[in-house]
Design a protein. Structure first.
Length: 195
């Protein structure tokens, strides 16, 4: 009887392992401080850029047999006044336009993954929809970025174009309106997340 019971337990264990062998595994990651987020724009004088000196974020992915199958969560927060152009006057005008006295953070949250395309070894193209909150206004925007899995690290790279007026942000001006900035911005991100 004992032998029969042990045999049944062994069979149950083998059956369970077979069932779960191809199942999806969830993994959580935190953004590294080495990650880069850059905002690029134009003006009637010259192009400009601001780098985020502070940011934090997290990501959750699902994999099956080592391949990316989903991204249930991706969130990034950038304190608005951590954006730095290296020019104090420009930064001051940008913070005023973003109303940073009232709205402290710029927030990104992935809402939906529409497609994951296997591009190469451990590299994927992800398309979906995300909520972007700037100056207290949240808009849903289409997003596209690459994801690379490398051991306990996750690399997420891409760029996103937005129009700042869609977020009720008036393009900053300087020198009594003689210097004006364009409405279109490009947000570039080269982010590393670690388990």
């Amino acid at each position: 009887m004992k032998v029969l019971k042990s045999y049944q337990l062994l069979l149950t264990g083998v059956f369970f392992m077979l069932l779960t062998a191809g199942s999806m595994v969830g993994q959580s990651f935190k953004m590294d401080s080495s990650s880069e987020i850059i905002v690029e724009g134009t003006s009637n004088i010259h192009d400009w850029e601001m780098k985020a000196n502070s940011k934090n974020g997290s990501a959750t992915i699902t994999t099956e047999e080592g391949k990316l199958t989903g991204m249930p969560s991706l969130k990034v927060t950038v304190p608005a006044e951590s954006l730095d152009s290296g020019k104090g006057g420009m930064d001051k005008n940008a913070y005023k336009a973003l109303n940073t006295n009232k709205y402290k953070n710029i927030e990104f949250q992935l809402d939906e993954v529409k497609n994951i395309e296997d591009k190469a070894a451990d590299s994927y193209q992800v398309k979906g929809l995300a909520s972007l909150k700037i100056s207290g206004v949240t808009k849903q925007v289409p997003v596209e970025f690459t994801v690379k899995l490398s051991g306990n690290k996750l690399q997420i790279n891409g760029k996103q174009q937005i129009n700042m007026t869609h977020f009720k942000v008036d393009p900053p001006t300087a020198m009594f309106g003689t210097i004006t900035t364009g409405e279109e911005l490009t947000i570039k991100f080269k982010s590393t997340f670690t388990k």
